[in-house]
Ligand binder design. Sequence first.
Ligand code: FNR
Length: 356
Amino acid sequence: MAHLFEALKIREVTFRNRIAVSPMCQYSSNSEGYANDWHLVHLASRAVGGAGLVFTEAAAVEPRGRITPQDLGIWSDTHIESLAKIVTLIQSFGAVPGIQLAHAGRKASVAKPSKGGKALDESQEGWRPVFSSSAIAFNKDSPVPTPLTREGIQEVINAFTQAAQRSLQAGFKVVEIHAAHGYLLHQFLSPLANQRQDDYGGSYANRTRLLKEIVEKVRAVWPEKYPLWVRISATDWIDKGWDIEQSVTLSKELKALGVDVIDCSSGGIIPGINVPVKPGYQSQFAERIRREVDILTGAVGLITSPEHADQIIRSGVADIVLLGRELLRNPYWPHVAAKKLGQEKVWPVQYDRAWL
Ligand code: FNR
Protein backbone atom coordinates (compact mmCIF):
# COMPACT_ATOMS: atom_id res chain seq x y z
CA MET A 1 0.00 0.00 0.00
CA ALA A 2 1.49 3.31 -1.07
CA HIS A 3 1.90 6.09 1.46
CA LEU A 4 2.74 9.80 1.33
CA PHE A 5 6.49 9.22 1.44
CA GLU A 6 6.70 6.38 -1.01
CA ALA A 7 8.56 7.31 -4.19
CA LEU A 8 6.60 7.35 -7.43
CA LYS A 9 7.99 6.69 -10.89
CA ILE A 10 6.10 8.03 -13.88
CA ARG A 11 7.71 7.19 -17.22
CA GLU A 12 11.41 7.79 -16.45
CA VAL A 13 10.96 10.41 -13.76
CA THR A 14 11.08 9.46 -10.07
CA PHE A 15 9.42 11.64 -7.45
CA ARG A 16 10.83 11.18 -3.96
CA ASN A 17 7.37 11.41 -2.39
CA ARG A 18 3.75 12.14 -3.28
CA ILE A 19 3.76 15.81 -2.30
CA ALA A 20 3.57 18.45 -5.04
CA VAL A 21 3.63 22.21 -4.84
CA SER A 22 0.43 23.21 -6.60
CA PRO A 23 0.93 25.86 -9.31
CA MET A 24 0.49 29.28 -7.74
CA CYS A 25 0.71 32.63 -9.51
CA GLN A 26 3.14 34.96 -7.82
CA TYR A 27 2.25 38.05 -9.91
CA SER A 28 5.89 39.03 -9.54
CA SER A 29 7.31 39.22 -13.04
CA ASN A 30 8.04 42.46 -14.80
CA SER A 31 5.63 43.21 -17.63
CA GLU A 32 7.58 40.93 -19.98
CA GLY A 33 7.02 37.66 -18.16
CA TYR A 34 10.56 36.98 -16.97
CA ALA A 35 11.26 34.88 -13.90
CA ASN A 36 13.38 36.70 -11.35
CA ASP A 37 14.91 36.27 -7.90
CA TRP A 38 11.49 36.01 -6.29
CA HIS A 39 10.58 32.97 -8.39
CA LEU A 40 14.01 31.48 -7.81
CA VAL A 41 13.90 31.77 -4.02
CA HIS A 42 10.21 30.91 -3.73
CA LEU A 43 10.41 27.72 -5.80
CA ALA A 44 13.83 26.57 -4.60
CA SER A 45 12.68 26.99 -0.97
CA ARG A 46 9.91 24.53 -1.56
CA ALA A 47 12.39 22.06 -3.02
CA VAL A 48 14.56 22.46 0.08
CA GLY A 49 11.29 22.11 1.98
CA GLY A 50 11.01 18.51 0.83
CA ALA A 51 8.27 18.44 -1.82
CA GLY A 52 8.64 15.75 -4.46
CA LEU A 53 7.46 17.96 -7.31
CA VAL A 54 7.65 21.73 -7.52
CA PHE A 55 5.38 23.31 -10.11
CA THR A 56 5.89 26.86 -11.29
CA GLU A 57 2.86 29.05 -11.41
CA ALA A 58 0.83 29.24 -14.62
CA ALA A 59 3.25 30.37 -17.32
CA ALA A 60 1.53 32.24 -20.14
CA VAL A 61 2.03 30.74 -23.59
CA GLU A 62 1.38 34.11 -25.19
CA PRO A 63 1.30 37.65 -23.82
CA ARG A 64 -2.43 38.07 -24.39
CA GLY A 65 -2.97 34.91 -22.35
CA ARG A 66 -1.61 36.41 -19.14
CA ILE A 67 -4.04 36.91 -16.30
CA THR A 68 -2.20 40.01 -15.07
CA PRO A 69 0.67 42.07 -16.50
CA GLN A 70 2.90 40.48 -13.83
CA ASP A 71 2.35 36.84 -14.85
CA LEU A 72 5.22 34.53 -15.62
CA GLY A 73 5.64 33.90 -19.35
CA ILE A 74 7.13 31.35 -21.70
CA TRP A 75 6.13 32.81 -25.05
CA SER A 76 9.64 33.63 -26.17
CA ASP A 77 13.02 31.90 -26.24
CA THR A 78 14.35 34.72 -24.09
CA HIS A 79 12.32 33.34 -21.17
CA ILE A 80 14.29 30.10 -21.10
CA GLU A 81 17.44 31.26 -19.36
CA SER A 82 15.93 32.50 -16.10
CA LEU A 83 13.66 29.43 -15.92
CA ALA A 84 16.64 27.11 -16.47
CA LYS A 85 18.36 28.54 -13.42
CA ILE A 86 15.31 27.74 -11.31
CA VAL A 87 15.12 24.23 -12.73
CA THR A 88 18.75 23.58 -11.82
CA LEU A 89 18.20 24.69 -8.24
CA ILE A 90 14.98 22.72 -7.74
CA GLN A 91 16.72 19.58 -8.99
CA SER A 92 19.82 20.15 -6.91
CA PHE A 93 17.57 20.06 -3.83
CA GLY A 94 16.04 16.72 -4.82
CA ALA A 95 12.69 17.76 -6.24
CA VAL A 96 11.36 17.35 -9.76
CA PRO A 97 10.80 20.67 -11.58
CA GLY A 98 7.44 21.06 -13.31
CA ILE A 99 5.88 23.90 -15.27
CA GLN A 100 2.23 24.71 -15.84
CA LEU A 101 1.39 26.10 -19.29
CA ALA A 102 -1.60 28.39 -19.46
CA HIS A 103 -3.72 30.85 -21.42
CA ALA A 104 -6.20 32.98 -19.50
CA GLY A 105 -8.62 33.61 -22.40
CA ARG A 106 -11.46 35.92 -21.31
CA LYS A 107 -10.02 36.14 -17.79
CA ALA A 108 -6.92 37.94 -19.10
CA SER A 109 -5.91 41.55 -18.51
CA VAL A 110 -6.85 42.07 -14.87
CA ALA A 111 -4.97 43.68 -12.00
CA LYS A 112 -3.10 41.40 -9.64
CA PRO A 113 -5.06 40.51 -6.48
CA SER A 114 -3.07 42.89 -4.28
CA LYS A 115 -4.21 45.70 -6.64
CA GLY A 116 -7.86 44.70 -6.54
CA GLY A 117 -8.10 42.15 -9.37
CA LYS A 118 -10.31 44.31 -11.60
CA ALA A 119 -10.24 44.39 -15.42
CA LEU A 120 -7.45 46.58 -16.81
CA ASP A 121 -7.83 48.41 -20.09
CA GLU A 122 -5.05 49.58 -22.42
CA SER A 123 -4.57 52.80 -20.47
CA GLN A 124 -3.82 50.80 -17.32
CA GLU A 125 -1.22 48.29 -18.56
CA GLY A 126 -3.97 45.97 -19.81
CA TRP A 127 -4.61 44.84 -23.40
CA ARG A 128 -7.37 44.23 -25.90
CA PRO A 129 -8.75 42.12 -27.33
CA VAL A 130 -9.03 39.26 -24.92
CA PHE A 131 -10.03 35.97 -26.54
CA SER A 132 -12.38 33.14 -25.73
CA SER A 133 -14.47 30.45 -27.35
CA SER A 134 -17.47 32.81 -27.60
CA ALA A 135 -18.26 36.50 -27.14
CA ILE A 136 -19.45 36.12 -23.54
CA ALA A 137 -17.77 38.20 -20.84
CA PHE A 138 -16.68 36.52 -17.59
CA ASN A 139 -18.52 39.08 -15.45
CA LYS A 140 -20.06 42.51 -15.75
CA ASP A 141 -16.72 44.27 -15.37
CA SER A 142 -14.82 42.07 -17.86
CA PRO A 143 -14.40 42.93 -21.52
CA VAL A 144 -16.46 41.02 -24.06
CA PRO A 145 -13.95 38.59 -25.55
CA THR A 146 -13.32 38.08 -29.23
CA PRO A 147 -14.14 34.51 -30.29
CA LEU A 148 -11.03 32.80 -31.63
CA THR A 149 -11.10 32.25 -35.38
CA ARG A 150 -9.79 29.00 -36.85
CA GLU A 151 -6.45 30.73 -37.43
CA GLY A 152 -6.53 32.01 -33.86
CA ILE A 153 -7.13 28.49 -32.60
CA GLN A 154 -4.13 27.26 -34.61
CA GLU A 155 -2.02 30.04 -33.07
CA VAL A 156 -3.04 28.93 -29.58
CA ILE A 157 -2.18 25.30 -30.38
CA ASN A 158 1.20 26.43 -31.72
CA ALA A 159 1.78 28.62 -28.67
CA PHE A 160 1.23 25.68 -26.28
CA THR A 161 3.45 23.44 -28.43
CA GLN A 162 6.29 25.95 -28.58
CA ALA A 163 5.96 26.60 -24.86
CA ALA A 164 6.41 22.86 -24.26
CA GLN A 165 9.55 22.88 -26.42
CA ARG A 166 10.92 25.82 -24.43
CA SER A 167 10.04 24.02 -21.18
CA LEU A 168 12.19 21.14 -22.34
CA GLN A 169 15.05 23.48 -23.20
CA ALA A 170 14.77 25.00 -19.73
CA GLY A 171 15.13 21.51 -18.25
CA PHE A 172 11.66 20.90 -16.81
CA LYS A 173 10.73 17.24 -16.33
CA VAL A 174 6.96 17.64 -16.05
CA VAL A 175 4.61 19.76 -18.12
CA GLU A 176 1.07 20.43 -16.97
CA ILE A 177 -1.48 21.90 -19.36
CA HIS A 178 -3.86 24.18 -17.48
CA ALA A 179 -7.40 23.37 -18.61
CA ALA A 180 -9.11 24.38 -15.35
CA HIS A 181 -10.37 27.38 -13.35
CA GLY A 182 -12.27 29.06 -16.15
CA TYR A 183 -9.24 29.88 -18.27
CA LEU A 184 -9.13 29.53 -22.05
CA LEU A 185 -9.15 25.74 -22.42
CA HIS A 186 -11.92 25.42 -19.83
CA GLN A 187 -13.77 28.14 -21.77
CA PHE A 188 -13.88 25.68 -24.67
CA LEU A 189 -14.80 22.67 -22.52
CA SER A 190 -17.72 24.21 -20.66
CA PRO A 191 -21.06 24.86 -22.36
CA LEU A 192 -21.46 27.79 -19.96
CA ALA A 193 -18.76 29.67 -21.87
CA ASN A 194 -18.69 27.91 -25.23
CA GLN A 195 -21.61 28.61 -27.52
CA ARG A 196 -19.76 28.18 -30.78
CA GLN A 197 -21.51 26.59 -33.71
CA ASP A 198 -18.44 25.29 -35.50
CA ASP A 199 -16.23 22.23 -34.94
CA TYR A 200 -15.08 23.63 -31.60
CA GLY A 201 -18.46 24.12 -29.94
CA GLY A 202 -21.78 22.44 -29.26
CA SER A 203 -21.27 18.71 -28.78
CA TYR A 204 -18.94 17.19 -26.18
CA ALA A 205 -16.64 16.08 -29.01
CA ASN A 206 -16.42 19.61 -30.35
CA ARG A 207 -15.92 21.34 -26.98
CA THR A 208 -13.08 18.99 -26.08
CA ARG A 209 -11.42 19.23 -29.50
CA LEU A 210 -9.07 22.12 -28.73
CA LEU A 211 -7.67 20.56 -25.56
CA LYS A 212 -7.17 17.22 -27.30
CA GLU A 213 -5.44 18.86 -30.26
CA ILE A 214 -3.11 20.69 -27.88
CA VAL A 215 -2.37 17.51 -25.95
CA GLU A 216 -1.56 15.66 -29.18
CA LYS A 217 0.82 18.37 -30.36
CA VAL A 218 2.46 18.82 -26.97
CA ARG A 219 2.90 15.08 -26.50
CA ALA A 220 4.61 14.93 -29.89
CA VAL A 221 7.32 17.38 -28.81
CA TRP A 222 7.47 16.47 -25.10
CA PRO A 223 9.84 13.50 -24.72
CA GLU A 224 8.40 10.03 -24.21
CA LYS A 225 10.44 9.71 -21.02
CA TYR A 226 8.77 12.71 -19.33
CA PRO A 227 5.29 12.87 -17.78
CA LEU A 228 2.51 15.04 -19.13
CA TRP A 229 -0.19 16.26 -16.76
CA VAL A 230 -3.48 18.04 -17.40
CA ARG A 231 -5.27 20.08 -14.75
CA ILE A 232 -9.03 20.11 -15.16
CA SER A 233 -11.93 21.60 -13.31
CA ALA A 234 -13.72 18.29 -12.84
CA THR A 235 -17.02 20.11 -12.37
CA ASP A 236 -18.47 23.60 -12.79
CA TRP A 237 -20.64 22.90 -9.71
CA ILE A 238 -23.80 23.94 -11.58
CA ASP A 239 -26.43 22.30 -13.78
CA LYS A 240 -25.82 22.47 -17.51
CA GLY A 241 -22.13 23.09 -16.96
CA TRP A 242 -19.09 20.85 -17.32
CA ASP A 243 -19.44 17.89 -14.95
CA ILE A 244 -17.68 14.85 -13.54
CA GLU A 245 -19.21 12.49 -16.12
CA GLN A 246 -17.65 14.51 -18.95
CA SER A 247 -14.42 14.66 -16.96
CA VAL A 248 -14.31 10.87 -16.77
CA THR A 249 -14.86 10.54 -20.53
CA LEU A 250 -12.29 13.25 -21.24
CA SER A 251 -9.74 11.62 -18.95
CA LYS A 252 -10.11 8.34 -20.86
CA GLU A 253 -9.42 10.17 -24.10
CA LEU A 254 -6.50 12.10 -22.65
CA LYS A 255 -5.00 8.87 -21.34
CA ALA A 256 -5.16 7.43 -24.85
CA LEU A 257 -3.33 10.53 -26.09
CA GLY A 258 -0.47 9.99 -23.65
CA VAL A 259 -1.46 12.07 -20.63
CA ASP A 260 -0.10 10.51 -17.44
CA VAL A 261 -1.81 12.39 -14.62
CA ILE A 262 -5.15 14.17 -14.29
CA ASP A 263 -4.82 16.93 -11.70
CA CYS A 264 -8.35 17.29 -10.35
CA SER A 265 -9.44 20.76 -9.40
CA SER A 266 -12.85 22.38 -9.93
CA GLY A 267 -14.81 25.55 -10.61
CA GLY A 268 -13.89 28.96 -11.95
CA ILE A 269 -15.89 29.15 -15.17
CA ILE A 270 -18.47 31.71 -13.98
CA PRO A 271 -18.56 33.88 -10.89
CA GLY A 272 -20.92 33.48 -7.96
CA ILE A 273 -21.12 29.68 -7.79
CA ASN A 274 -21.67 28.14 -4.39
CA VAL A 275 -18.87 25.61 -3.90
CA PRO A 276 -19.11 23.27 -0.89
CA VAL A 277 -15.59 24.03 0.31
CA LYS A 278 -14.21 21.84 3.08
CA PRO A 279 -11.01 19.83 3.59
CA GLY A 280 -10.43 17.58 0.60
CA TYR A 281 -13.58 18.80 -1.15
CA GLN A 282 -12.20 18.01 -4.62
CA SER A 283 -10.60 14.66 -3.78
CA GLN A 284 -13.80 12.79 -4.74
CA PHE A 285 -13.08 13.73 -8.37
CA ALA A 286 -9.52 12.39 -8.23
CA GLU A 287 -10.87 9.17 -6.71
CA ARG A 288 -13.58 8.65 -9.31
CA ILE A 289 -11.37 9.41 -12.31
CA ARG A 290 -8.61 7.17 -10.93
CA ARG A 291 -11.08 4.32 -10.41
CA GLU A 292 -13.07 4.62 -13.62
CA VAL A 293 -10.26 5.54 -15.99
CA ASP A 294 -7.33 3.71 -14.42
CA ILE A 295 -5.10 6.75 -14.72
CA LEU A 296 -2.92 8.42 -12.09
CA THR A 297 -4.61 11.37 -10.42
CA GLY A 298 -3.67 14.33 -8.27
CA ALA A 299 -5.90 15.51 -5.42
CA VAL A 300 -5.88 19.21 -4.51
CA GLY A 301 -7.91 21.54 -2.35
CA LEU A 302 -7.70 22.21 1.36
CA ILE A 303 -5.36 19.36 2.13
CA THR A 304 -3.40 20.60 5.11
CA SER A 305 -2.92 17.82 7.64
CA PRO A 306 -0.26 15.12 7.19
CA GLU A 307 -2.69 12.40 8.25
CA HIS A 308 -5.27 13.53 5.70
CA ALA A 309 -2.67 13.68 2.90
CA ASP A 310 -1.36 10.24 3.82
CA GLN A 311 -4.88 8.81 3.93
CA ILE A 312 -5.56 10.08 0.39
CA ILE A 313 -2.57 8.11 -0.89
CA ARG A 314 -3.06 5.01 1.30
CA SER A 315 -6.72 4.61 0.45
CA GLY A 316 -6.14 5.01 -3.27
CA VAL A 317 -8.06 8.27 -3.64
CA ALA A 318 -5.15 9.73 -5.62
CA ASP A 319 -1.51 9.09 -6.44
CA ILE A 320 -0.21 12.55 -5.57
CA VAL A 321 -1.46 15.36 -3.35
CA LEU A 322 -0.94 18.94 -4.44
CA LEU A 323 -0.79 21.55 -1.71
CA GLY A 324 -1.22 25.24 -2.37
CA ARG A 325 -1.71 27.65 0.49
CA GLU A 326 -0.36 25.32 3.16
CA LEU A 327 2.96 25.27 1.31
CA LEU A 328 2.89 29.07 1.10
CA ARG A 329 2.47 29.19 4.85
CA ASN A 330 5.11 26.57 5.46
CA PRO A 331 7.57 25.47 2.77
CA TYR A 332 8.84 22.85 5.24
CA TRP A 333 5.46 21.14 5.52
CA PRO A 334 6.81 17.90 3.98
CA HIS A 335 9.40 17.65 6.74
CA VAL A 336 6.87 18.31 9.44
CA ALA A 337 4.59 15.72 7.85
CA ALA A 338 7.40 13.15 7.67
CA LYS A 339 8.12 13.56 11.34
CA LYS A 340 4.47 13.36 12.29
CA LEU A 341 3.96 10.23 10.21
CA GLY A 342 7.04 8.54 11.62
CA GLN A 343 9.03 8.64 8.39
CA GLU A 344 12.72 9.18 8.03
CA LYS A 345 13.67 12.81 7.91
CA VAL A 346 13.61 14.31 4.45
CA TRP A 347 15.25 17.64 4.92
CA PRO A 348 18.85 18.58 4.34
CA VAL A 349 21.58 17.85 6.83
CA GLN A 350 22.02 21.58 7.44
CA TYR A 351 18.63 21.59 9.18
CA ASP A 352 19.19 18.44 11.24
CA ARG A 353 19.00 20.24 14.54
CA ALA A 354 15.49 21.34 13.74
CA TRP A 355 14.58 17.68 13.80
CA LEU A 356 15.62 17.16 17.40
C1 FNR B 1 -3.55 29.43 -7.02
N1 FNR B 1 -4.04 28.38 -7.80
C2 FNR B 1 -3.57 28.20 -9.07
N2 FNR B 1 -3.95 27.10 -9.79
C3 FNR B 1 -3.39 26.84 -10.98
O1 FNR B 1 -3.73 25.84 -11.59
N3 FNR B 1 -2.48 27.71 -11.53
C4 FNR B 1 -2.08 28.82 -10.88
O2 FNR B 1 -1.19 29.54 -11.37
C5 FNR B 1 -2.67 29.12 -9.64
N4 FNR B 1 -2.36 30.26 -8.93
C6 FNR B 1 -2.71 30.38 -7.61
C7 FNR B 1 -2.17 31.41 -6.83
C8 FNR B 1 -2.44 31.47 -5.46
C9 FNR B 1 -1.80 32.55 -4.64
C10 FNR B 1 -3.27 30.50 -4.88
C11 FNR B 1 -3.56 30.51 -3.40
C12 FNR B 1 -3.85 29.52 -5.65
C13 FNR B 1 -4.84 27.32 -7.18
C14 FNR B 1 -3.94 26.35 -6.42
O3 FNR B 1 -3.04 25.69 -7.27
C15 FNR B 1 -4.76 25.29 -5.66
O4 FNR B 1 -5.45 24.52 -6.62
C16 FNR B 1 -5.76 25.92 -4.70
O5 FNR B 1 -5.16 26.93 -3.93
C17 FNR B 1 -6.37 24.88 -3.76
O6 FNR B 1 -5.35 24.24 -3.00
P1 FNR B 1 -5.05 24.66 -1.47
O7 FNR B 1 -4.53 26.06 -1.47
O8 FNR B 1 -6.36 24.55 -0.72
O9 FNR B 1 -4.04 23.65 -1.01
